[in-house]
Write a protein that binds this ligand. Structure first.
Ligand code: GLY
Length: 389
């Protein structure tokens, strides 16, 4: 092994979650390093960037809703700070979202979502099909009704990743452009990593933020390894015409035959259509079937998409966790913390994750809003001691 270089905090993984953790840690005065062969890459290169705390609400996920809303509230200041620091335009667009129904089943599903949103104190407004089409004239005539959610916005995740790399550089974060191959453990404490080229990187605290790869790092004790799995999402990108009036002025989404489809229009003219959800391990092949289903479902919502140039197809891997919520903070191994498992909400949860991780690195304690997301909720020993008598 070649010589060891040390930092206070070493972040494994330079996706948006690792980068925001490194940036916020460096702002707190920690000498911080990130190890990743391609910082700014990962799932953010594929994600649509919906900030959809309200429209992506699911039964049984009310605890996660609290964290999602906390992060959504921070987005305006977070985006402004990042843009001011780096000069990068993040494509942050406070455009709102319209979730629509195409048939009686979809409509019943959306009515239930509306009821759940109201029980949870969230703002959303039921619209008739005609009202939906008045808002978005490109919608299909068959739209039967919808939910207008003015608080669910969007950001361009590629721009966000680029800005976070720049922010880290500004704060003096050191980038090691290599794969982390093995966690180093010394005297029952995480002490750094060895990279694929045999370089040893030492650190006072190590944050594992490797997205869907987080459960695979060699050297991490079995009982501490995060239960994170890859969930494939295929996405297509089209280009909207620049002509009088927008093609779509807000995110439009629906459940079509049980599958979620969304269309996210950017100010740049890009239209992102996503996403499949497939449990296929590490496969990131773009398939004819995946693209067909996305375009078929999107076409049912907005028939005019068939006229648009198809500019990109891509697949990425969401880091799924057993309860669809992230794993944040200390593990059972001293010196090893996690920031992973963000599943469908990585872009939305970026601001609150950065703040929570910087707080726990500095104090040893997660802030109140992040406590339910301790990785220890999946440890057998903790689960047994917390059983009610
Ligand atoms: N949050 C959108 C997705 O994961 O597809």
């Amino acid at each position: 092994m070649s010589r060891t270089r040390t930092s206070d905090v070493l972040v494994i993984g330079g996706g948006i979650i690792g980068l925001v953790t490194a940036w916020r840690a460096a702002q707190r005065g920690f000498a911080t390093a990130v190890v990743d062969p391609e910082p700014g890459g990962g799932a953010a290169q594929v994600a649509a960037g919906m900030l959809a705390a309200v429209t992506e609400l699911h039964y049984g996920e009310q605890t996660l809703l609290g964290l999602n809303l906390a992060s959504a509230r921070r987005y305006p200041d977070f985006a402004a700070e990042l843009t001011e620091l780096t000069g990068h335009d993040l494509g942050y667009r406070r455009c709102g979202t319209l979730a629509v129904a195409l048939d009686a089943d979809d409509r019943a599903h959306l009515r239930e979502l509306h009821a759940l949103q109201q029980q949870s104190g969230l703002e959303s407004q039921w619209l008739s099909g005609r009202e939906c089409r008045r808002l978005e004239p490109m919608l299909a005539p068959g739209v039967r009704g919808g939910l207008r959610v003015d608080g669910d916005h969007q950001i361009d995740p590629r721009r966000l990743a680029g800005a976070l790399v720049a922010a880290c550089e500004r704060e003096g974060v050191v980038f090691h452009r290599a794969w982390a191959e093995r966690l180093t453990v010394v005297a029952d404490r995480a002490a750094g990593v060895v990279t694929a080229d045999g370089t040893g990187l030492g650190a006072g605290q190590v944050v594992l933020a490797g997205g869907s790869l987080s459960g695979r790092l060699a050297g991490v004790p079995e009982d501490v390894l995060p239960p994170v799995r890859p969930v494939k999402g295929q996405v297509v990108r089209l280009t909207m015409p620049r002509r009088h009036g927008p093609f779509l002025s807000r995110t439009v989404r629906a459940v079509v035959r049980g599958s979620h489809v969304y269309l996210v229009p950017r100010e740049s003219g890009e239209l992102v259509i996503g996403a499949t959800s497939e449990e296929l391990g590490w496969d990131t092949t773009v398939t004819a079937g995946g693209v067909y289903e996305l375009l078929r479902d999107a076409h049912e919502l907005v028939p005019g998409i068939t006229e648009l140039p198809l500019t990109e197809t891509r697949a990425g891997l969401r880091p799924g966790s057993p309860d669809n919520a992230p794993l944040l903070g200390p593990t059972g191994l001293e010196g090893l913390l996690l920031a992973t498992g963000h599943y469908r909400n990585g872009v939305l949860l970026t601001p609150v994750t950065g703040d929570s991780m910087a707080h726990v690195l500095a104090t040893g304690e997660l802030p109140e809003e992040a406590r339910p997301f301790t990785p220890k909720r999946f440890s057998t020993a903790t689960a047994l001691t917390e059983q009610p008598a």
